[in-house]
Design a protein around this ligand. Structure first.
Ligand SMILES: Cc1cc2nc3c(=O)[nH]c(=O)nc-3n(C[C@H](O)[C@H](O)[C@H](O)COP(=O)(O)OP(=O)(O)OC[C@H]3O[C@@H](n4cnc5c(N)ncnc54)[C@H](O)[C@@H]3O)c2cc1C
Length: 456
């Protein structure tokens, strides 16, 4: 019998980005009732408390299987960076944090197999040191790979897919406690279909990703881009680098900041004294200009490794603001300029709650539950005050303004769209549900969020 490790913690508040397990339930033979803990546990932003009474952090896949078999209801938890209740459970949560290593690299096939509980920041340097890179990263490296692909997490890049795009293999323990391997060789359509997995059918333990030779990136920041120039040249500006982000508050006739990340092996960005009327920053800046840039990755055109330039924020520093809410909406790329104008009309309404908005692009994919399914997209992200009472008043207005473009929200952020509307935007919802039904016939992984948005 394996040694039981049981930590009982009461009243602990964990709001940081490092996952501190409160209860390790490594022995599946324990009776579930014995393991209840009274602990307040919050997500990264601290805006919500999880309801799960049990928390498992199994050390190996056999224990994952046993825990899932024994559980009636359970939900996977990553690094807790979602703002809504997608990762919550009224019963138990199970973490894949013990599966956190770069397991192997196949240099002939150019693939890397990585534990799904690894945070990007924990494996990217090792990948780089061995001469390899992942195509893109989110704004922060603090999130787990399994949790990121769950919600179709993305960076920016007019030709770059979301973080799930390089996935070519997935190993998970399904709701029946079985180990399942999906690979692009054996079943590309299904694998691609379920990469945006929403935590719906089991605990993912390993992912195999396509990799490429390591590359260097430089970041060039420009300030005060005239909106008129953006509207006239939307795709050219968003495509001016390998990955381009705009930061704005919609309050003036200029966009506050343009961040251009370019690959040195593709010639690098040739900086000049202006960019579509915007002027070069003369120092490193934070997207929220008042905040010190020390948390941000190096800018000013200084080249550096891909993993230290593609995210906006450094691994060992707080990303973004910290105390905040986030919402993000996606529309087809061809409507980027129009959508910008529609949001600008709401500038007075959103001003009291908006810290900063980020605009990015994402290439189309084949993932059934991804907002980018067969759709090159533009993303309008909002970093908002942590005031849900106020924010829930403005989100419906933004959603209404973007309705003509069939707006879809980020699965891991705040939104108020009706479930029926959301469901109508996912043509392959039934295919996804069939896959879930096959692997989790008892609905063990179905939580209130899933009930509401997928099954109501
Ligand atoms: C400061 C900040 C910056 C952000 N920047 C970006 C950004 O640049 N781009 C972007 O798109 N999003 C961004 N997000 C949103 C965030 O990255 C995503 O929502 C992501 O899903 C969080 O991953 P996580 O590891 O924290 O997972 P969690 O939030 O813990 O869980 C997310 C989902 O994944 C499931 N899950 C987690 N691990 C597993 C597993 N091993 N097996 C099965 N299911 C699992 C959970 O059940 C849940 O449904 C940001 C969030 C914050 C707080």
């Amino acid at each position: 019998m394996k040694k039981r490790t049981f930590l009982k913690t009461t009243g602990a508040i964990i709001a940081g980005s490092v996952l501190s397990p409160l209860t390790f339930c490594t022995n599946p033979e324990e009776k579930m009732e014995e393991k209840a803990v009274e602990a307040i546990r919050k997500n990264w932003a601290g805006n919500l408390e999880y309801h799960a009474k049990l928390f498992h952090e199994p050390a190996n896949i056999e224990t994952v299987q046993a825990i899932i078999k024994e559980s009636q209801k359970i939900r996977a938890l990553g690094s807790k960076h979602c703002f809504n209740h997608i990762a919550d459970s009224n019963f138990a949560q199970i973490s894949s944090r013990s599966f956190n290593k770069l397991i192997s690299i196949d240099s002939a096939k150019m693939t890397a197999t990585i534990g799904a509980g690894a945070k990007y920041g924990e494996v990217v340097e090792e990948l780089h040191n061995q001469g390899y890179a992942i195509h893109n990263l989110a704004s922060l490296p603090h999130i787990t790979i399994g949790g990121a692909i769950a919600t179709s997490t993305h960076g920016s890049g007019i030709k770059l897919g979301n973080l799930g795009a390089p996935v070519i293999g997935m190993k998970f323990v399904n709701g029946k406690g079985e180990i399942v391997n999906l690979s692009v060789e054996d079943d590309a359509e299904t694998l691609n279909g379920v990469i945006t997995h929403l935590g719906a059918f089991g605990l993912i333990t390993e992912l195999t990703l396509k990799i490429e030779p390591a590359f260097d990136v430089r970041q060039d920041i420009y300030l005060s881009l005239p909106v008129a120039n953006l509207l006239e040249n939307f795709n050219e500006i968003m495509g001016a680098g390998y990955s381009v982000s705009l930061f704005t508050d919609y309050q003036t006739d200029t966009v506050n900041q343009v961040w251009i990340k370019s690959r040195m092996d593709q010639g690098g960005f040739e900086s000049g004294s202006e960019f579509y009327g915007a002027i070069p920053a003369d120092r490193n800046v934070h997207p929220i200009i008042e905040i010190s840039a020390e948390n941000c990755t190096e800018q000013m055109g200084n080249p550096g490794p891909w993993y230290d330039r593609l995210p906006h924020f450094k691994m060992n520093f707080t990303p973004s603001n910290g105390v905040e809410l986030q919402a993000e909406y996606f529309v087809p790329l061809e409507h980027g300029a129009e959508a910008y104008q529609e949001i600008s009309k709401l500038k007075d309404l959103i001003k009291p709650y908006l810290m900063i908005s980020e605009i990015r692009t994402i290439a189309a994919n084949e993932q059934w539950m991804s907002p980018f399914y067969k759709q090159d997209s533009v993303a309008f992200h909002f970093t908002l005050e942590q005031d849900w009472e106020g924010v829930k008043g403005i989100l419906p207005e933004i959603e209404k303004a973007l309705t003509p473009f069939n707006v879809k929200p980020h699965w891991g952020k705040m939104f108020t769209l009706e479930p029926s509307v959301l469901q109508s935007r996912y043509a392959n919802l039934n295919k996804f549900k069939e896959f879930v039904a096959e692997h989790d016939p008892e609905g063990k992984f179905r939580n209130e969020f899933m009930e509401k948005y997928l099954y109501s």
